[in-house]
Design a protein around this ligand. Structure first.
Ligand SMILES: Cc1ncc(COP(=O)(O)O)c(C=O)c1O
Length: 358
């Protein structure tokens, strides 16, 4: 099987496993784990912030950040297909008591005008005070889209003009950084809080960071504990994070090159893809335009040995390149996808070991 469902599927490499086995550890909850502390210091600098807090997941990072920047009853502006809005189970409402205002875009990137129009009039006593803007880079739901630094800064400046705090969901910020040729800190320092995920393209088994100012960091640590995220000998996994920052950042360019190779191969094979929209490690396939429903298309693909996942747009599937996808995998995936979706192959299988013709 060529598994292109997500970059969360990466397996720790032998080198990463060695680094984990050799990690010097301590009680992280007591701030006595030197490996966690080293990772936090490194991440703070990387993300253009003063401190960073090591966490199990990026979802926890986003939720801590929003809680940090707001009070219950405040309003959050967020793109309508952002992870924070769509895939965190309503967490901003549950954990921070926020009202959410989703703003629709084609590709995940808001405009300053959208932000301006969305801010509630500050003197209107009947409306939730708009307090925070959350941005995502790369934007998962938009198809791995990368913010140009100028556009990003313009949107942040608009938010600041209205007194808003800014959170950056940079789960894949290093993909954005590598793709745009912009240091992650350039994006990160514009925000009040930044989340980075280690368990996606960076290849760690788990782990994330939320970075912020020295002033807000103690509260971020308190919220981490409150949310049940304070750990013990977490240096075992933090060592994977340090290893990833040393060895797996520059190579994200390979994933992006593989995504480009994939989309160009698929375009040449007449598949419904748009090479112009591929900016990092995601390729979107509009199977709806072939008259296929996504479930059926996934089953056909599986029968040809390729796994894809649903994208957040209806009728669209997603292929994601990562550490465990080689150029040879891409070259094998292109004809397999074309066979599966061209409709010339019949019958197709549903499920791995229980083929059901339909
Ligand atoms: C943009 C974005 N933010 C946050 C997350 C959450 O990451 P985690 O699974 O570590 O909670 C994801 C996961 O896919 C994501 O794509």
């Amino acid at each position: 099987m060529i598994d292109l469902r997500s970059d969360t599927l990466t397996q720790p490499t032998p080198g990463m496993r060695r680094a984990m086995a050799e990690a010097v550890v301590g009680d992280e909850q007591k701030r006595e784990d030197p490996t966690v502390i080293a990772l936090e210091e490194r991440a703070a600098e990387l993300l253009g912030q003063e401190e960073a807090v090591y966490l199990p997941t990026a979802t926890m990072g986003n939720q801590i950040a929003l809680r940090l920047l707001t009070e219950p009853g405040d309003e959050l502006l967020v793109e309508a297909r952002a992870h924070i809005y769509r895939y965190e189970l309503g967490g901003p409402a549950v954990h921070a008591g926020l009202a959410l205002k989703p703003l629709a875009t084609e590709d995940g990137r808001l405009t300053p005008e959208q932000v301006r129009a969305a801010v509630n009039p500050p003197r209107d006593l009947h409306m939730a005070p708009t307090r925070v803007l959350a941005l995502e880079n790369t934007h998962n739901g938009g198809g791995g889209r990368v913010w140009a630094l100028d556009r990003y800064r313009a949107v942040v400046a608009e938010a600041r003009g209205h007194g808003l705090a800014v959170h950056l969901d940079g789960a894949r910020l290093l993909n954005a950084s590598v793709a745009a040729g912009v240091r992650a800190a350039e994006y990160g320092r514009e925000a009040d809080t930044v989340t980075l995920c280690l368990s996606k393209g960076l290849g760690c088994p788990l782990g994330a960071l939320v970075a912020t100012s020295r002033e807000l960091a103690p509260k971020a640590r308190r919220l981490k504990h409150l949310f049940g995220g304070a750990m013990r000998q977490a240096g075992i996994v933090a060592a994977a994070g340090l290893y990833a920052l040393d060895h797996h950042v520059d190579r994200l360019a390979d994933d992006h090159a593989n995504a480009r190779r994939l989309v160009e191969g698929l375009a040449e094979a007449g598949m419904p893809v748009d090479p112009a929209q591929v900016e990092s490690n995601f390729v979107l396939l509009d199977v709806g335009s072939l008259g296929l429903d996504p479930d059926g298309a996934v089953a056909r693909l599986r029968a040809e040995g390729v796994l894809l996942s649903f994208a957040s747009k209806p009728g669209v599937l997603r292929a994601v390149t990562h550490l465990d996808v080689s150029e040879a995998d891409v070259d094998a995936a292109v004809p397999a996808i074309a066979r599966a979706l061209s409709g010339r192959e019949a019958p197709v299988a549903v499920g791995l070991d229980a083929p059901t013709p339909y």
